[in-house]
Design a protein around this ligand. Structure first.
Ligand code: FAD
Length: 365
């Protein structure tokens, strides 16, 4: 029975733990400093909207392609998971098309003929009559919005149902995880799903990982069911425009920012005002046309997206004599790539288990 310790209880660690626990014979423990229910800027997952807006380029689209069918299934068949269907609308500004989307938040999302047109349901290019002023072109497709305040605890519940154990701990070095299995045995395999903190974790210290600060405002007001995203923003290159209404009374998320290298965990009141102004402009129905003053604020927040220069790290290596499989660096797409990435971790774990079994057989001969 392989003994596995997953470091991290964000969407990456929990989804990976769930898929591993569904494989017969794995004894899985999740160890983390932060768990669902906690709010801390360095614990990214609770701050996400979250929705599905494919961001990768086609050659790198495996994670998002593989995840979409599962998120769609959860939205359709598992209401208690906290996802619901919402139409996404992507708007490409004329200025951003002209400069090749240099300032846009992702390479893949705003492409003129995106790969995801074949993957996302009900994809359609918007006719010129539906384009606002200053917009070159746009498209719409069926997406989902995930109420992360419900979905993360739901993942914990699913893990527990499949035998996963949970422990709070703050690790200085990745190797410490080897001694934290609930079985009392030394772990055969550690999964590193430490998100942004992979840049500070002993044995990993990945200097290519840095934050992209995302400030949001959560309000009680409701928006109609379209989630629009624009390729850029008049207020600056590190500000973005999105509005999404969460399932099951989760309120409406107004976003946002994408501030690379910025670690500030405190909401900036000036940025918050700009976010709210943009939201009531694009969605006057939020306040019945009464402006920012009529927004009913639940919370201001900041989450730090775990960006990694060169992209996500999903690979295996031996550290201090124990196999480690890394799964971190998901930037702004951790939910929409979660099942695809976790599936790859399961494949790597299976490869390691085979190696360990062969080694044991050889030692017996
Ligand atoms: P985290 O959620 O940060 O989890 C890391 C875990 O590791 C935590 O449990 C932490 O305690 C633990 N840990 C780390 N180091 C240690 C240590 N030394 N000892 C013990 N425990 C440790 N994604 C989407 O797909 N769609 C969206 O619409 C979307 N919108 C976003 C909007 C905002 C404002 C933000 C901030 C992010 C958004 N994202 C979105 C991105 C998404 O939230 C992240 O990619 C994802 O949450 C990363 O999850 P993670 O599990 O890798 O990291």
């Amino acid at each position: 029975m392989p003994t596995i310790v997953v470091l991290g209880a964000g969407v990456s660690g929990l989804t990976t733990a769930l898929l591993l626990a569904k494989q017969k014979g794995n004894a899985v423990t999740v160890v983390a400093k932060h768990m669902p229910g906690d709010y801390d800027a360095e614990y990214t997952s609770p701050w996400a909207g979250a929705n599905v807006l494919p961001m990768a380029l086609e050659h790198d689209s495996r994670w998002e392609r593989r995840t979409w069918p599962e998120l769609r299934r959860l939205a359709a068949e598992v209401p208690e998971a906290g996802l619901h269907v919402q139409t996404a609308r992507i708007l490409r500004r004329e200025v951003d098309v002209a400069d090749g989307f240099k300032a846009a938040l992702s390479d893949g999302l705003f492409r003129l003929s995106p790969w995801y047109r074949e993957v996302m349901d009900n994809f359609r290019e918007l006719p010129p009559s539906e384009l606002p002023k200053g917009i070159h072109s746009g498209c719409e497709f069926t997406s989902v919005c995930i109420n992360t305040a419900i979905y993360l605890p739901w993942l914990v519940g699913q893990c527990a149902k499949h035998g996963v154990h949970f422990k709070r701990a703050v690790l200085k070095h990745i190797s410490e995880a080897a001694n934290l299995s609930h079985t009392g045995r030394k772990a055969d395999i550690i999964i590193n799903a430490s998100g942004l903190l992979a840049c500070r974790l002993g044995g990993v210290m990945d200097k290519r990982v840095y934050p992209a600060r995302g400030q949001i405002v959560l309000v009680r007001n409701e928006a109609r069911s379209i989630m629009p995203t624009t390729s850029g923003c008049e207020d600056g290159d590190d500000e973005v425009v999105y509005v999404m209404q969460r399932a099951l009374g989760g309120g409406t998320i107004l976003g946002g920012t994408y501030m690379k290298g910025n670690w500030d965990p405190n909401p900036d009141p000036n940025i918050a005002m700009r976010i709210m102004k943009r939201a009531v402009e694009t969605h006057p129905e939020l306040t019945g046309g009464k402006g920012v003053g009529a927004l009913d604020i639940i919370r201001h927040g900041v989450g730090l997206r775990p960006v990694r220069e060169g992209g996500v790290r999903i690979e295996k290596e031996v550290i201090d004599g124990t196999w480690v499989v890394h799964n971190y660096g998901h930037a702004g797409w951790g939910y929409q790539g979660s099942y695809g990435c976790a599936e790859r971790v399961v494949e790597l774990v299976e490869e390691i288990v085979l190696k360990l079994q062969r080694k044991r057989v050889r030692s017996l001969i």
